[in-house]
Design a protein around this ligand. Structure first.
Ligand code: PMP
Length: 427
């Protein structure tokens, strides 16, 4: 009876949460953009794998062989998930921050870097040297592409890299990655895609977008914490100093009189993955990627219906202003940030949690420049906002509960208050 019905992958059920009013509600996790709940299938797979995990690449024992096989096979899974070239390296990292820092440490000296100043700090900050341009993001996607063009024109001779996010972690809006990549190519620049927010919501293809690197995080992709990846061209990675010095990254270590001589691994992944890796996390990431790849139609349909419900609900909340990077209603994944007139986002997030069992994020979302600029654009005070983000753990009831809550909070008028009492927000 399910023929023709798109099947949305199930996530592990969230627990009920206590309310200050004394009752309990099932947890409405509207913070998928921070970390997504684990897929039920990932949880099962991890459970099956746990008895076999062991040190990879270092043991002849059966568990080590199984672990090594699983770990190495997951590189192919990630390559497929990202639509990467067969020659692309897959380096497992802790997360996107780690992946982009690895790339920053691997670019040739004097590489010119162009990045929008509205990016997540993980994409904005790792770059060093005199040739880094952090440019303001213009108000349209077309102008954004021209701004990259102009910045690349101003670069000195030498290697060039453009760093761009696929989807904003503040507004969910999609950046014109393929157009930026086309401009970059004309200037001989490489492109790194921060896919932390895009990869959980849309298929990505390194080849179709014509980008050079992709960075992503397992914990945003419905797998547990601690595993991410940098996928992309191997040459700079192979030529760079190892990201971490230690076992696994070395071919040989010898005493040379007073000195210790080290020959490092030449392969991009071995060279940069010193130490015992997160075998279980990598396996979980791979299972999540395979499950999402098999379900994109269902995932997108599920999220678009919820996003539509959310947008329509928010539009009817008095005094609510959404943050937007671009003019003109650009497509977005299910992430929306907003401010409510005269309302501190921290207190609002606290009341949503304490009274309604809703988890959202408040603050500046590790994108301080973007959030303060976009809040100012709404005409409201402050440098912080509230972010609601949807995903596979979201139900229509969660969205409706949020909208009801916001309307009720607004109806209380300006006198409602929450205070920090012994580290907890309370009415
Ligand atoms: N880039 C973007 C767009 C993000 O949203 C995030 C996470 N908020 C990151 C990078 C960093 O990811 P992680 O914390 O997993 O390193």
């Amino acid at each position: 009876d399910r023929v023709g019905t798109p099947v949305v992958p199930a996530v592990t059920a969230a627990a009920s949460v206590p309310l200050v009013t004394g009752g309990e509600l099932d947890y409405a996790n509207l913070d998928h953009a921070a970390s997504a709940p684990c897929l039920a299938e990932v949880r099962r797979a991890v459970d099956e794998f746990l008895p076999y995990y062991a040190s990879v690449h270092r043991g002849a024992g059966f568990a080590s062989q199984v672990s090594t096989k699983v770990y190495e096979r997951t590189r192919d899974v990630l390559r497929r998930f990202a639509g990467a070239r067969p020659s692309d390296a897959v380096v497992f990292t802790r997360n996107t921050t780690d992946a982009l820092n690895l790339l920053a440490r691997s670019v040739p000296r004097r590489t010119s870097v162009v990045v929008f100043d509205t990016e997540h700090h993980a994409a904005l900050l790792p770059w060093r040297g005199p040739n880094v341009q952090r440019i303001p993001l213009p108000a349209t996607r077309l102008e954004a592409v021209s701004a990259v063009d102009e910045a690349l024109r101003a670069c000195p001779e030498g290697p060039r890299l453009v760093v761009v996010t696929g989807a904003s972690n503040v507004t969910g809006e999609l950046l014109p990655v393929a157009d930026i990549a086309a401009v970059a190519r004309r200037h001989g620049a490489r492109v790194a895609l921060d896919a932390a927010q895009l990869a959980p919501h849309r298929p990505i293809s390194v080849r179709e977008l014509d980008v050079d690197y992709v960075a992503l995080s397992g914990h945003k992709l419905y797998a547990p914490f601690g595993a991410g990846a940098l996928i992309g061209r191997a040459d700079w990675l192979r030529a760079a100093d190892p990201y971490l010095a230690g076992g696994g990254a070395t071919k040989s270590v010898r005493r040379n009189g007073e000195a210790v001589g080290v020959a490092w691994q030449a392969g991009a992944s071995e060279r940069h993955e010193a130490g015992s890796p997160n075998t279980v996390g990598v396996y979980a990431l791979g299972v999540a990627c395979e499950r999402l790849s098999a379900s994109w139609d269902a995932v997108i349909a599920h999220e678009e219906a919820l996003l539509d419900r959310l947008e329509r609900g928010l539009a009817a909340v008095p005094g609510l202003s959404e943050l937007r990077l671009f003019d003109g209603g650009v497509s977005r994944v299910g992430t929306v940030s907003f401010v409510l007139t005269g309302t501190d986002p921290g207190r609002l997030a606290a009341v949503l949690s304490a009274e309604y069992g809703i988890g959202v994020r408040d603050g500046a979302f590790c994108a301080h420049i973007a959030v303060s600029r976009l809040v100012a654009r709404t005409g409201e005070e402050g440098t912080q906002a509230l972010r609601v983000s949807l995903g596979l753990g979201t139900t229509p009831e969660h969205v409706d509960r949020l909208i009801t809550a916001l309307r009720q909070v607004v109806a209380r008028g300006p006198r409602w208050t929450y205070a920090l009492v012994e580290g907890q927000w309370a009415p």
